[in-house]
Design a protein around this ligand. Structure first.
Ligand SMILES: C[S@@+](CC[C@H](N)C(=O)[O-])C[C@H]1O[C@@H](n2cnc3c(N)ncnc32)[C@H](O)[C@@H]1O
Length: 528
């Protein structure tokens, strides 16, 4: 089968080799005779929500395709026969121009049709991420659907995150059914429909009809037939299409896949699932019922759990923090009464840990809004810390610290399970900029730390430029590496420990428990 160009720029097909547009070459897969992708690996080890089960559900749907889902009743988009000629469908020469005109500036104006808050919000979030490079969370809070119920907002967030997580695969499923690329706004509607059909267990008739309705609402009625026809083809053949695709490879941009080396497939597999919710308990606080205690002490709840609904949230018994995110503050080994600087502190997960350990904490953060969130978190948790809104590069404290945690700004590729927009919005060339910024921050550390003091540098990035590449630079500043031995974090797999003494986790670790975020952690000592 010949590879087609995808909207993402990369096509991966089981057993057919990879075509990597970035590299401008087509190479035979070394794994041509090996099973690739999730289907080949068999069912996942444990249930982690509907997205994981997408393939099996679809297979059932494909088998049942001769039995109409509405029981043979007429009416509704799904029950119609597939029209022979649909604008934009593969068999047609061109799109009708009306829809293009309505959207020539990419505006998504509301038209007629039933209001469906969930898909409306999902659409707005995705338009923000895919067109304007907004973050998923930023888009979610700025779409302005304040009247909407929390349940609808949560459902919208889940749909948008699912589309972003499976973008390459969804594009590849849809692409064979369209003659040429539809406008982005139409594409978004198709992606929403396909994600619901393939990964979110939405009944077929509901997924199709809500997307046709969404097209009307967005003044895209001329594309309604296309949306209906394409999604019905996905209902009929999506399962079989998925079986052929190397989903792990498709859902990760080629440059990121290359940068992750041999770990790429493990990471990609982990990124294809919704992340669970991890919390850190305050010392002595009771554990909310229902969670699983992880080997590092974090408590894990299933994906989709809302922290505010867990017992003890309002009382300040815990804070939300991925299990891997607990490691940087842990290896700083703060003693009661020590003077500690928590640099780049907001929203404060690590500040809470340091305060809980009994340190005198000064939290420094440049972004006033984010510092407000830190302050709210500390108030809820009952921790007293000094909060300083300042650019760390200009900050001159009256006294130096005995210990510093520098949780530097970074590309955040290690958190892509929770923030799948990261996969779409980051560009290869951005990584160097983050790395330069991290070097500038590292350079300011000697001036803030007492002689003999400890510095932990951490980033939630999987990119070597932001982690291991800083080892020489840190030592050139006069620091010595204080190695973190495996015995100190015995619950991590051996591959998390670099021979130079750093720790690097990735989302594919603890796969049987639901994974962990990717962090790079380096402990240094000031000896000069
Ligand atoms: C990775 S986040 C920190 C997460 C935080 N440590 C936690 O555990 O919740 C990086 C933070 O660094 C802040 N930041 C970036 N550059 C900074 C600078 N020059 N001075 C102070 N804060 C900075 C960003 O605003 C951002 O809030």
């Amino acid at each position: 089968m010949k590879s087609r160009g995808s909207w993402l720029g990369c096509v991966a097909r089981k057993g057919k080799g990879y075509r990597d547009k970035d590299m401008g070459e087509e190479r035979a897969s070394k794994r041509a005779n090996k099973p690739l992708g999730r289907a080949a690996k068999g069912p996942p080890p444990e249930k982690k929500g509907a997205e994981k089960r997408g393939k099996r559900i679809l297979q059932k749907k494909a088998i049942a395709k001769t039995q109409p889902e509405n029981g043979g009743k007429t009416g509704g988009a799904f029950s119609q026969q597939l029209p022979k000629e649909v604008p934009g469908l593969k068999s047609e020469k061109t799109f009708q121009s009306g829809g293009k005109k309505a959207h020539k500036k990419g505006k998504s104006v509301k038209g007629t049709g039933q209001i469906d808050p969930t898909r409306e919000i999902a659409f707005d979030i995705l338009e923000g991420v895919l067109e304007k490079s907004h973050t998923l969370e930023g888009g979610f809070s700025s779409v302005g659907h304040h009247q909407v119920e929390a349940r609808d907002k949560a459902a919208a967030h889940r749909i948008a995150a699912c589309v972003l997580r499976h973008l390459g695969t969804l594009e590849e499923v849809i692409l064979p059914h369209v003659k040429r690329q539809p406008p982005l706004v139409v594409k978004i509607i198709l992606l929403i429909g396909a994600a619901q059909l393939l990964f979110l267990e939405t009944p077929s008739h509901a997924a199709v009809s809500t997307c046709v309705n969404l097209a009307k609402r967005r003044h895209l009625a001329p594309f309604g037939g296309l949306v209906n026809a394409v999604l019905r083809r996905v209902v009929e053949g999506g399962a079989v299409q998925l079986e052929e695709l190397d989903q792990d490879r498709l859902d990760v941009p080629a440059w990121l896949w290359r940068s992750w080396g041999r770990k790429a497939r493990l990471i990609a597999e982990a990124l294809s699932h919704e992340a669970p919710l991890d919390i850190t308990l305050k010392k002595g606080a009771p554990q909310p019922p229902g969670g699983q205690v992880l080997p590092n002490g974090s408590i894990r709840f299933p994906a989709g759990t809302r922290p505010v609904e867990l017992a003890g949230f309002a009382e300040g018994n815990f804070w939300v923090q991925d299990s891997a995110a607990t490691l940087p503050a842990r290896v700083l080994n703060v003693q009661a009464g020590e003077r500690v600087f928590d640099l780049c502190a907001a929203p404060g997960g690590k500040t809470a840990q340091l305060a809980d350990a009994g340190g005198q904490i000064t939290a420094v953060e440049r972004d006033a809004k984010r510092m407000l969130r830190l302050a709210e978190n500390m108030t809820r948790l009952g921790f007293k810390v000094e909060e300083v809104i300042a650019d760390l590069l200009q900050w001159a404290p009256p006294q130096k610290a005995q210990a510093i945690l520098l949780d530097a700004p970074c590309s955040a590729t290690g958190t892509a399970r929770r923030h799948p927009d990261v996969l779409r919005n980051r560009k290869a060339q951005d990584i160097r900029l983050w790395a330069d910024q991290q070097e500038r921050l590292l350079k300011s550390m000697p001036g803030l730390l007492e002689k003999g003091g400890r510095l932990v540098y951490s980033v939630c990035s999987l990119q070597p430029e932001e982690g291991v590449a800083h080892l020489d630079y840190a030592q050139s500043l006069g620091f010595v590496i204080d190695p973190i031995p495996p015995e100190e974090l015995p619950f991590l797999p051996p591959e998390a420990f670099g021979k130079e003494g750093y720790v690097a986790t990735h989302p594919g670790m603890w796969a049987e428990k639901g994974g962990m975020d990717g962090f790079f952690i380096l402990r240094l000592r000031k000896v000069f």
